[in-house]
Design a protein around this ligand. Structure first.
Ligand code: ADP
Ligand code: MG
Length: 252
């Protein structure tokens, strides 16, 4: 069953200026519930624009966007912000933790906003920090933690609300290859265990090989879609490398 449906999505930046920029051009795609979808494409191909619109952070110029049976176009700002708070988790390259708050207070931020009772807060915090291996940094401030630890804290913050969908834009962008791989193992676990839908942007083919489906963007359009299906990860990885290098060369 589709949890996200996008039809003929168009995004034009600065539409009334002398230089309007068409970032997405009649793009259509579907994400099924429980999918782990990866979006790749050259720099400037529209990946961040697409994930921002899919996650309701930004508005489309045109097109239909349905998230979990709800048409975004018919929702007001209030309804959208409620959906962002309750159903969607965000993970970014630069973690976006609040520097002045301890790690545990960063993670508990949304639960406190939603006035979830204290025992439940602590229970969820303990369970997640164990799962993510960040128990020893809970009392530290972000600046006292490594990049990998901060990213895991940001993930705990996103997961604590038990979102149906996680949107991640270059989540491994600031991590070394070992931490990047660990993060993908974790994403896969979350995806499999909780059936959480994941939509992730990356330019790293190895990171992408943890997904179950891949869309390749070119000039604001999907030029290619491949699925992992029953293939071994290694084989899927080779396929990804194959399409990404071909696509890169086609610009030369
Ligand atoms: P990607 O994430 O794939 O690198 P983006 O979605 O950030 O690509 O950008 C797609 C295109 O839209 C690029 O040409 C970029 O320069 C342009 N763009 C992105 N954001 C804006 C903006 N706020 N105003 C004008 N142009 C933008
Ligand atoms: Mg981007």
């Amino acid at each position: 069953m589709a949890i996200i449906e996008i039809e003929n999505l168009k995004k034009v930046y600065n539409p009334y200026s002398a230089y309007p920029k068409v970032a997405l051009n009649n793009l259509s795609l579907k994400v099924d519930e429980g999918d782990f979808v990866c979006i790749m494409g050259a720099s400037g191909s529209g990946k961040t624009t697409l994930i921002s619109i899919m996650s309701t952070i930004d508005d489309a110029t045109n097109g239909k966007i349905i998230i979990g049976n709800k048409n975004i176009a018919t929702m007001n700002e209030n309804e959208k912000s409620k959906m962002r708070k309750n159903e969607i988790g965000f993970i970014f390259q630069n973690y976006n933790l609040i520097d002045s708050l301890r790690i545990k207070d960063n993670i508990l931020f949304s639960l406190r906003l939603n006035k979830i009772n204290k025992e439940e807060q602590i229970e969820k915090l303990n369970k997640l920090s164990k799962q993510l291996g960040i128990e020893e940094i809970l009392d530290k401030y972000p600046s006292q933690c490594s990049g990998g630890q901060q990213q895991r804290a940001a993930i705990a913050r996103a997961l604590i609300m038990e979102p149906k969908i996680i949107f991640a834009d270059e989540p491994t962008g600031s991590l070394d290859s070992i931490n990047a791989k660990e993060l993908m193992v974790l994403f896969r676990k979350i995806n499999k265990m909780n059936n959480t839908t994941i939509v992730m942007v990356t330019h790293d083919s190895l990171v992408a090989s943890y997904s179950s489906k891949l869309y390749y963007l070119e000039d604001g359009k999907i030029s290619k879609c491949i699925e992992k299906e029953n293939k071994k990860q290694e084989e899927y990885y080779k396929e990804i490398i194959n399409i990404t290098t071909k696509m890169d060369l086609s610009h030369v």
